[in-house]
Design a binder for this molecule. Sequence first.
Ligand code: URA
Length: 262
Amino acid sequence: MKLESMDHWELRAALEWQVELGADEALSEDPVNRYDIPAKPVSAAKPETATAQALPVPEVVGPDPVAEAKSAAARAQDLNALETAMSGFDHCELKRGARNLVFSDGNANARLMIIGEAPDREEDRQGKPFVGAAGQLLDKMLGAIDMARDAVDAEQAVYITHILPWRPPQNREPLPEEIDMMRPFVQRHIELVAPDVIILMGNIACDALLGKRGIQRLRGTWGKAQDVPVMPMFHPAYLLRTPAAKRDAWHDLLEIQAKLRP
Ligand code: URA
């Protein structure tokens, strides 16, 4: 494969493989004579003393990504500003491998907000959440309780976003540090949309906003995140692999419908 046609993650994997093989140095085209005695500097600079050489190199402390995410998110006064703040956030490595920032879809006035995990391949390509196979199932599930992401009426409408706006390579599970640094943005997203009910799709969304995993146990039971009632549900990607679990998902959808329209 030609280097020019490789993406960020392929190049990174190729480099990691070289390191695995024992490469610990990047060689240049030109030979280097390591026995050469470097020429003395001609400048009048002070000679290095033994004491100066022994001084410890001060540790460079970088910015704290979580603190930076918190202040960037807090400054966003509306959804456009939040999207701009997220696209300008450079601390998450996932951004470098993603084609698009996947911010949201649906009606921001909706009473129901759905929070998924992270974009998959198709979502990364189109820059929209839940547009692949799992998204098609999600639309059918919402249709079954008379709701849709493109509905104009806030009662029927749905607003959809993710915990992470960038696709993890090969759809691997998000790392705890990735969740931690993007959590302030999703929390601000919830404040700005101010939904009446939230669906947390799968374990990662539950982990990020409830601090708990174990979707088999959590699903079907109301919880609270930022004072908003939340219903953990099986992720539609899981339902595609495990059709028998659709029965539980149907139960959870009816709970949500009853909460929104008692
Ligand atoms: N999984 C998600 O959480 N979101 C998507 O958009 C697709 C798969």
